[in-house]
Write a protein that binds this ligand. Sequence first.
Ligand SMILES: [Zn+2]
Length: 477
Amino acid sequence: MSARRRLLALGAVLLLLPGCGASFVDTFAAERSAVPQEPAAPPSDGDCAQRAEPDPDRPVVELDLRLDDDLRTVTGTESVVFTPDLPTDELVFRLVPNGSRPAAAGNRLVVDAARGDDVAGSGYEDAGAEGPGGLFVVRLDGELAAGEATEVALDFTLALGQGGFERVGAADGVSWWASGAPLLAWEPGVGWARDPFVDVPGETATSPVADTTVAVSAPEALTVLMTGDQAEPSAPQDGRRTWTSVEPVARDVSVAVGEFDTASATGDGGVEVTTGVLPGADVAARELTAWTLTAIDQLEARFGPFPYATLTVPLLADDGGGIEYPSSILLAGADRLVLLHEVAHMWFYGMVGDSQFRDPWLDEAFATYAESVASPVSADDAARVLGTPGDVGAAMDQFDTAAGYFRRVYGKGGAALVTAREAAGAEAFDAALRCYVDANAWTIATPDDVARALADLPAALDVLTGAGALDEDDLPG
Ligand SMILES: [Zn+2]
């Protein structure tokens, strides 16, 4: 996620360099011609020949959602077919709305029933959240072996609070909920993620990609923009329409329902972008779509093909920044650099997943670094920000304040990657990062994976180790 205020605060030191004469690219080119470089080593990792396919045994999730006429209540059923890669006797779901300062915003997610042939019982766990609890645990009547599937269905009710810009909320003419359904908290190869919620406003969830279908029933006058490739809505019936989407590789789902004026366009690479703006918005939908397509082009040039077939961008009424979801972005405030940051998250978080609690830099430092494709950063500015105290690679419970978290994970983390690229040589670094992206597509990556991808670029590893993004244990060999 990001917030305009936060980005401007960082921008003063890292991102926005008004009056900067030479671009980062120019600066680097000049330095490279002055300092002889080792020829770029060809990537040694055979995994990067092509992008990895998602796990064929990944969860299959069906969400059937209904926005009530009050525009403040969502009732739903979530069906999950889950096939663990390690034995387990339970399913753990993260109830994100209960951890997002619900007392202030009025957000609340309640599980009304848990059903399934193997279900023996269920209950909440606290995990530092308010309301009924931060986790919902479904106990199975026996152990599920690795590779053995079970099917569970949860009925739930989500109350949309009214507050500032949050993951779920409602305002005049628009309701939205992202991470609004119980989120299957499985980390393949590791197990259930029971990480506590924290006060710092950042994500703390870990979730695998799932083959996901979504159906949303909403009052007929409203338009739905959500995660996944959307079909045309159903014909109105009893004053409502049903909107459906399919996303075969969604870690999570975002839905926005409102009086959107929309504009769709398909980019050169075939990605279909649909944006929506509310009456009186600062920007027209057509313009917002053009910005989004430009951001995709800029990022594809650096990181390779866009991960999804579609991208939706609903622009909400509030100011506040943006929050990334698989193939959908909740944007609050028409800010192009924030938009670019959130589009970059489609690679770093959406496709290359991470534990957002344990390794938040794997998505936030990379998305901040990605802003440099449009907003170049000088080596001097990067070096100054790199002097920020503390480890880039800290977990979410290691930060006392939001400002400290943003300065270190976004600012220092982004600066470390800019500096690592300069130290290793842009061409070799970009090739290695593409290799990292493709080799770790649709998984939950770790700092080890970054270190492995950069194994032939010791200068880059030195920078990232010095910044506390990687530690000695992560280094190859
Ligand atoms: Zn972000």
